[in-house]
Design a binder for this molecule. Structure first.
Ligand SMILES: Cc1cc2nc3c(=O)[nH]c(=O)nc-3n(C[C@H](O)[C@H](O)[C@H](O)COP(=O)(O)OP(=O)(O)OC[C@H]3O[C@@H](n4cnc5c(N)ncnc54)[C@H](O)[C@@H]3O)c2cc1C
Length: 603
């Protein structure tokens, strides 16, 4: 397999030039870092990924994690990765120095995780979940929980999971029934959780589950859900680790991400499972959702990474595969000529450019979301912190959904670039295609993200977040139209933004009349529409930065690199932005076809 899975120059261009890492490093929390030290850190992650992740990628698909004799068997590299990753600071990056963290900006941690996920999307989740579980304990746990769990989890000696889903409670977490009964020193936990990623594996001494459960007598619905730490093993009275009655009942065999285990867990099969409350009772879902922005951006990041890796693999193939001949001026093939490489066919170039705009546009969106997250936490001005927090809230469902949905289309085009070989196991494209499919389901499906975007985020705070985002987009448009070469694209984006207002006006009327079902019936179409515009904005911004660099004459990147960004932006505006008009037409069409009784529709 060619060792080509990432365009590090583009990642760095986006990080330093487009999203201005320096503006984050200027916050006092990051005084110990500068661009040079971040550059060295990212290079070391790339080198680590070349050595410890990429070589095992295909093998992990072939040797799927599986359940045998009551245990989950994973690829041996999981154990090595978790140990080395812990030592390298891949879990501790975000946390404060005081508790043993590295206090790195989130955008840098995101970039580091992205590099690893382009190399092998089956491995980083093991550490990513430990990080997620740890964040909940650090933010909401009491001192006792922190003292006990944080040190071992920070180093990766103990793993972590997020246990939300139950057989009857997937999208609808209000239906959770796992129970918690107060007993001396904690709670007795009882119930089952399904689809738990990284739920059990060799290589860690303990797995610490963050479990949503209902304290006996708690109110029904989301208001009665609490959060518990439930380790696989607990400490006995003599200080040794004993089983905490968390049983791995089975695993799920999947179409992709086969090296990343997915488990079915039972808590309290022998009525001897202990859990410890995190924060206050009945606030579990609220805590989970407070951490959800990070988790959702992480899902979008994983999809963006696979999209990039698939683009790199198909680009490498297209540069080597001879097939057919270029059309001559007469439109006839000259068989006396040698075959040309497929990259010379305009239709193959079109597919590769589509892959490129989705891959790099998704990456830009993920980095921007992480930047907003950083500034919402660390900016010295409280007003600015609030602004970035609102922008982050609004962008999060899009950052989760665009890379997942459009990434699948992008990878599908990658399979197509390889022709028949794209479908065959000898080549890696088919694995990327299977691996990326889960991302629009993880952490809330596309349907649920779309309800969140249109039903909550757009109108949040009387539309303040949308107003702020529109201002940011207008800033980019004004910057672009200063240059003759970019002005037409700035105008097109302005038109698309205007269209958004018209669409929202039409839809909001239903909400005002209390017809919420009609208001939200095409929320996923709205997500596609708005996501398209957001990526158009990010491409315009990228092209403007490239244009400025070209004009300045002192760019670090080559002229070819910078020109290719401007070219890709033009491609996006020719092939993708016009789709917003058709989507707007669908959204404002008065005919309703998805709300009739199912018996009328499916006969
Ligand atoms: C490989 C894998 C790993 C996972 N890892 C974890 C994990 O680590 N921890 C964890 O807790 N969970 C995990 N999950 C669970 C995942 O989050 C859920 O699968 C997901 O939230 C969807 O729930 P569901 O499967 O029950 O689908 P359902 O909720 O049954 O949804 C089915 C369909 O109905 C739609 N739908 C449902 N409700 C609505 C509505 N109100 N309006 C419109 N449409 C709706 C959905 O969009 C979807 O298309 C994992 C799942 C998988 C497959």
């Amino acid at each position: 397999m060619a060792n080509q899975y990432l365009d590090l120059d583009t990642l760095k261009f986006l990080l330093y030039e487009v999203h201005d890492l320096q503006s984050i490093l200027n916050q006092s929390r990051f005084d110990d870092y500068d661009e040079e030290s971040i550059d060295l850190f990212l290079d070391s992650i790339k080198e680590f990924s070349d050595r410890e992740l990429f070589p095992f990628f295909q093998e992990m698909d072939e040797q799927a994690a599986h359940f045998k004799n009551g245990e989950i068997i994973v690829h041996p590299q999981v154990k090595k990765y978790v140990k080395l990753g812990g030592e390298l600071g891949l879990i501790s990056g975000l946390f404060d120095y005081e508790i043993g963290g590295l206090q790195l900006p989130g955008i840098v941690v995101t970039a580091a995780a992205y590099i690893q996920e382009t190399a092998n999307n089956h491995l980083p989740g093991y550490l990513g979940l430990t990080l997620g579980a740890l964040e909940l304990i650090v933010h909401f746990g009491n001192e006792e929980l922190k003292d006990y769990f944080v040190p071992k989890m920070l180093t990766g000696e103990w793993g972590g999971t997020m246990c939300l889903t139950e057989p009857q409670a997937g999208s609808s977490l209000s239906d959770i029934v796992t129970s918690a009964e107060p007993v001396e020193g904690g709670y007795k936990i009882s119930g089952q959780k399904i689809f738990i990623s990284g739920g059990d594996y060799e290589g860690v001494e303990n797995v610490v589950h963050l479990v949503l459960a209902r304290i006996k007598g708690a109110p029904a619905g989301t208001k009665g859900i609490s959060l518990f730490v439930v380790p696989k093993n607990r400490v006995s009275s003599d200080g040794t680790l004993i089983s905490n009655d968390v049983t791995t009942f089975a695993d799920f065999q999947k179409m992709g991400q086969k090296g990343y285990c997915t488990t079915h867990l039972f808590f309290g099969h022998k009525e001897d499972c202990r859990g410890w409350l995190v924060g206050e009772p009945n606030k579990g879902l609220k805590y989970m959702f407070m951490m959800m922005n990070g988790a959702r951006i992480a899902v979008g990041r994983g999809a963006a990474a696979i999209t990039m890796a698939a683009y790199q693999a198909s680009l490498a193939y297209a540069r080597e595969r001879p097939q057919g001949r270029s059309l001559t001026n007469t439109g006839k093939k000259d068989v006396a000529q040698e075959q040309t490489l497929i990259i010379n066919h305009p239709d193959v170039k079109r597919m590769l450019l589509l892959q490129k705009v989705i891959a790099e546009g998704s990456l830009s969106l993920i980095l921007l979301s992480s930047k907003y997250h950083d500034l919402s936490q660390t900016h010295s001005d409280p007003g600015e912190r609030e602004k970035y927090s609102l922008l982050l809230e609004l962008l999060t469902p899009i950052a989760k959904t665009y890379p997942s949905e459009m990434g699948l289309l992008s990878v599908s085009n990658g399979v197509q670039v390889l022709g028949g070989y794209g479908f065959c196991s000898d080549y890696i494209l088919q694995q990327y295609y299977r691996d990326i499919r889960i991302f629009s389901i993880y952490e809330g499906t596309t349907g649920i993200q779309s309800l969140d975007l249109l039903g909550r985020k757009i109108s949040m705070d009387n539309g303040k977040a949308l107003k702020l985002l529109s201002e940011e987009i207008m800033k980019s448009i004004h910057e672009a139209i200063e240059y003759n070469a970019l002005a037409p694209y700035g105008s097109k984006l302005g038109e698309a933004l205007k269209l958004t207002q018209e669409v929202l006006q039409f839809l909001m009327d239903f909400a005002k009349k209390g017809d919420y079902e009609r208001f939200l019936s095409d929320a996923t179409v709205f997500m596609e529409f708005f996501g398209n515009i957001i990526i158009g904005w990010l491409w315009l911004d990228m092209a403007t930065k490239a244009h400025k660099k070209l004009n300045s004459g002192n760019a670090q990147n080559s002229q070819e690199f910078l020109n290719s960004k401007i070219h890709a932006m033009k491609f996006y505006f020719k092939y993708e932005i016009p789709k917003t008009k058709a989507l707007a037409e669908v959204l404002t069409d008065k005919e309703v076809l998805t709300m009739a009784d199912e018996n009328e529709l499916f006969n």
